[in-house]
Write a protein that binds this ligand. Structure first.
Ligand code: FES
Length: 568
């Protein structure tokens, strides 16, 4: 048998082995745990500043029980946590930093496999990207969603209802008092947003890619069965180390295509595009925006907010991801999972208990609801729109642009009563891409101008180089690439220009002639960066554009070598 990786730390009978073992023993570990058994890292993004992940301490204990039971030695370690609702300017700025933290922690320590405990939006992709870059056996346990929000006798959903309530207050249909009171009813337990936002989307895709045990995505955070799942995950990672089953064996092109299909079926977040592109880059193959077109004909099966009306608790009780995978059936690509077999085994025996929550493939919530990729002279490298959360009539539209040059411009002017906009106007926002903001925040679902909200308008076309929250909805065209700050054509749009959008044809065209655009380009200047030092500076200098997943250029790929140099 080849020497286990951890034995390069703990199996040596010299000064270095003494130091590695002795300092670990200060925690009360006896001699025999260093006997060559698999050492399992538990990579924890628990933090009180990431409330969505505040249940992960308990889950870590459950994982440890499973690891001990299977004959492994569990060691928990912290990594940077990313609280989506708490960080400024945006948690996305730090996804790549988390991935570096995870990668270097795994590489530097004497572990043989790792359990990734994440949940809030950027923690799952950040951890996966880091783990894939080292390629030790790895498996995910997600935080799980919060219980359904409850307020005034009805269910309310994280994020989705915040946007609706906010527009109702601006329209004068909801009192500020009610708005404030809804806060407490929305977040009633530990866990991630209980809509099909980015966190639950990523947990669903992790399950569809076979990187977590079945049912991981939807079990509520406070459901005792999630503790049992964590326990079983602890057992399984020990076996995965014995089998040398690594992320590169699981995260194949087939797994990514299954994730794209599943994202369409669950009405998943547009953010999944960014994270899958970046993760594929780490694994070592080029996933492109064009690959997402395989999802465009997949119907919406899961009737959850923001594309539908239910919440993750309902999705769980209806049968969760195993039912979705069963419905996708023969469309799924063959792909190995953390259990060692094919992904089809996750669907075997699944039963749907509520067909209004999880529809059948033949009777979907909406037909052909997957993300659409748009291209044209306004987005030469692509942009995306989420038809399942959009207004059908606006998906084929031509209108006049009203341009906000920056987020500050938007905030200062969106509610001006003389803003020259109609429901047919196309709102354009610049300066919110990876480099420009920096970090590509979730501001693409710009508020509808107050004067239109008061007329009852609830949707209009919005175009930007930003992202939007997975909990948001509307006819919102996102991730325009290249971004304005990188000199993309978005930088050249002016108020009054006409723009044509066709989701059916996959077109996003700025209807301005080439000579005029060339004149504008000659006069264009980038703005000085907002950050001149530290990680943000590094990010601005090295971030790739949205069509490459906004990873840092020097992080693409992996390095699986063992570090042999000692510190003493
Ligand atoms: Fe953390 Fe939604 S803010 S999951």
């Amino acid at each position: 048998m080849t020497k286990r990786r951890s034995q390069h730390w703990y199996g040596k009978h010299d000064k270095d082995g003494f130091i590695h073992r002795s300092w670990m023993k200060n925690q009360g570990f006896p001699d025999h745990v260093f006997d060559g058994r698999p050492i399992i890292g538990i990579c924890n993004t628990w933090s009180e500043l990431t409330p969505c992940n505040s249940g992960l301490r308990d889950l870590a204990e459950a994982v440890k029980r499973g690891v001990w039971e299977a004959g492994g030695f569990p060691v928990e370690f912290p990594v940077m946590s990313l609280g989506e609702t708490q960080m400024k300017p945006t948690a996305m700025l730090f996804r790549n930093l988390l991935s570096m933290d995870v990668e270097e922690s795994i590489r530097a320590y004497g572990i043989d496999g790792v359990v990734l405990l994440g949940g809030c939006d950027k923690t799952t992709p950040g951890q996966l990207m880091g783990a894939a870059s080292v390629d030790l056996p790895a498996i995910v346990v997600s935080s799980g969603p919060m219980l359904n929000g409850k307020w005034q006798g009805r269910d309310i959903g994280s994020g989705t209802d915040v946007w609706k309530f906010s527009e109702s207050v601006r329209a004068g249909d909801m009192s500020l008092q009610d708005f404030m009171a809804a806060e407490s009813g929305m977040s009633r337990s530990k866990g991630v947003c209980m809509t099909m936002g980015t966190a639950s989307t990523m947990a669903s895709l992790v399950e569809a890619m076979g990187m977590a045990l079945p049912t991981n995505a939807a079990l509520p955070a406070v459901d005792a069965r999630r503790g049992a799942l964590a326990h079983l995950t602890g057992r399984r990672i020990v076996e995965m180390v014995e089998e040398d089953l690594k992320p590169s064996d699981i995260l194949t092109r087939g797994a990514f295509e299954n994730a794209i299909l599943a994202n369409a079926a669950v009405g998943g977040s547009t953010n999944a595009v960014m994270h899958l592109l970046a993760l594929a880059g780490r694994v070592g193959f080029a996933l492109t925006l064009a690959d997402f077109e395989i999802g465009s004909e997949i119907p919406l099966l899961v009737n959850c907010m923001p594309s539908g009306k239910y919440l993750m608790e309902d999705f769980c009780y209806a049968g969760g991801m195993p039912v979705v995978l069963q419905e996708l059936g023969h469309r799924l690509r063959p792909a190995r999972t953390v259990l060692g077999g094919d992904i089809s085994a996750y669907a075997a025996g699944a039963t749907c208990f509520n067909r209004d929550v999880i529809h059948s493939y033949d009777s979907p919530v909406k037909p052909a609801a997957g993300l659409r990729v748009l291209r044209g002279n306004l987005a030469p490298n692509g942009a995306i729109v989420k038809p399942s959360a959009a207004t059908d009539a606006l998906l084929e539209h031509e209108g006049e642009a009203y341009v906000f040059e920056t987020i500050e411009d938007l905030k200062a002017n969106i509610d001006r009563h003389d803003l020259p906009v109609t429901p047919d106007t196309i709102l354009v926002l610049k300066g919110c891409g990876p480099r420009g903001y920096p970090g590509m925040p979730e501001v693409g679902n710009m508020p509808i101008p107050a004067r239109l909200v008061q007329q009852g308008v609830r949707d209009m076309i919005r175009i930007s180089d930003a992202r939007m929250s997975g909990t948001a909805f509307g006819t919102v065209i996102l991730h325009v690439s290249p971004e304005a700050e990188a000199g993309g054509p978005l930088a050249l749009v002016r108020t009054g220009d006409r723009i044509r959008v066709s989701a059916r044809e996959g077109v996003l065209e700025l209807l301005v002639d080439a000579a005029e655009l060339a004149t504008r380009r000659a006069a264009w200047q980038p703005t000085p960066p907002h950050y001149t030092r530290g990680y943000a500076r590094l990010y601005i200098d090295h971030v790739l554009q949205a069509d490459r997943g906004a990873d840092l250029d020097f992080l693409v790929g992996k390095d699986t070598r063992l570090v042999t140099r000692e510190s003493h």
